[in-house]
Design a protein around this ligand. Sequence first.
Ligand SMILES: CC(=O)SCCNC(=O)CCNC(=O)[C@H](O)C(C)(C)COP(=O)(O)OP(=O)(O)OC[C@H]1O[C@@H](n2cnc3c(N)ncnc32)[C@H](O)[C@@H]1OP(=O)(O)O
Ligand SMILES: CC(C)C(=O)C(=O)O
Ligand SMILES: [Mg+2]
Length: 506
Amino acid sequence: MRKIEFLDTSLRDGEQTPGVNFSVQEKIDIAKQLEKWGISAIEAGFPAASPDSFLAVSEIAKAMTSTAVTGLCRCVKGDIDKASLALKDAKYPQVHVFIATSPVHMEYKLKMTPDEVIASIAEHVTYARSLFEIVEFSPEDATRTDKDFLLKAVQTAVDNGATYINIPDTVGYTTPEEFGQIFKFLIENVKTDHKIIFSPHCHDDLGMATANTLAAIKNGAGRVEGTVNGIGERAGNVALEEVAVALHIRKDYYQATSDIVLNRTKTTADMISRYSGLSIPKNKAVTGGNAFAHESGIHQDGVLKNPETYEIITPELVGIKFNSLPLGKLSGRHAFKEKLKELEFEFTDEELNQHFANFKKLADKKKEITDEDVRALILGHNSADSEITLEDVRLSYNSSDEQEARVSIFNKAIQESKEIDAKGSGSVEAIFNAIDNYFDQDVTLESYEIDAITSGIDAQAEVQVNVTNPKTGTHFSARGIDYDVLKASAQAYLRANAFIKRENEK
Ligand SMILES: CC(=O)SCCNC(=O)CCNC(=O)[C@H](O)C(C)(C)COP(=O)(O)OP(=O)(O)OC[C@H]1O[C@@H](n2cnc3c(N)ncnc32)[C@H](O)[C@@H]1OP(=O)(O)O
Ligand SMILES: CC(C)C(=O)C(=O)O
Ligand SMILES: [Mg+2]
């Protein structure tokens, strides 16, 4: 069986999702989780893009012990220099250099002739190779590139020392058969005196990213690139959890395995969902809320007789466990700690005490604490953007008049707690007005959605807000999770405001 390497680009291509903006601390948390999940290389960012991107790549480079760290660069020496500086402390550094090779990109975007692009590949791969042992090269928009020119571009990169050749389907244009043929053609025709590994990098514009990625593996790719939950530019990148589970379930067909620790999938997916502010659709393959639910009579009958009738993946495989250790208000610290271990969370004693206190508060209100509740509790409170936090929300409700809210907000940097009062025609509006008064900045609220995390009247609420910074036009998504829907709303809106404040201060 071949072993397929996994490169995760949630922190680079994933962050190109409109509305997604990870803080540096969130990126470090995610990278640590990706390392535990079994990712072999993390594309931690584009170091030349901004000081924050540079900082995130360098902090992740220091934090990883077994996972390689890479950064994206244009064919620009300054980009490669920045990557070299950001990655200087990485135990296993790599660099990723790209340039577009399709006619439309070369002519209109780069304003370069094909010969100039080839010369640029030779110059910049050589330069990257003078600073890094491992160099990945990508011909951007490869699937709309003339086949012979693609071979020439790839051959040039290989001749100048590239060790990974990544074939991006930048605009999600290809089909499984066609993409498989591209890999077969390149692998058969590229001449090399050193080991090179080919990888697919698929986008999901036509809904074929997973199929295309698997077709590349079938035709010789040794590494895959993608993101958790398929976050990414436009319709997103391939969802790595889908590729990992497909390889596992259909190893008979693909004859390939990976190092992905499948039972850590759910925790990894939940973290990305929480920090990106993008919830996982109920019908999403592998991790969606309905992925293991059976509704119709014939299916339920079959599953009761033998789960294999309708279940090709077990919930346990991806880390959704039966609640073997039910928790409630009488549970103690040991049981709570054991549950966190079971759900793959690790905390210091101080963090554990804080989460335990929050758990006790929730257990006082909610009869049964499910695994979903515990995950939501941890991820809901585990906001890495905790410089400015919500302390309290009070409302005075009047069914025939305006509502009044008093919101307490704590600023860690200056150790100051402030209470702000505001009115609104509804409770949510009054709370949001109070938060607006606190931040004193322009924010456009684009959408507000409420969902229940678990079933029942005492379910925890998840609120998602999408906002725009009118100054820059940047979109941000933020989520809040709480037993109380109004508090969850306040958390989400406060978090969105904190993103905008951070952007305005840059
Ligand atoms: C398919 C992908 O995902 S590609 C990666 C996308 N990611 C990003 O863009 C990261 C965020 N980007 C940024 O922060 C900025 O675009 C920067 C810092 C990289 C560059 O900013 P600026 O210098 O202001 O340039 P701007 O973004 O306006 O234009 C890009 C320039 O790079 C050129 N360029 C684009 N790709 C490449 C490449 N691979 N190699 C060389 N030059 C390139 C463009 O032709 C354009 O050049 P021009 O200014 O001579 O016309
Ligand atoms: C930079 C490259 C690899 C990319 O993200 C794409 O082409 O989609
Ligand atoms: Mg991409």
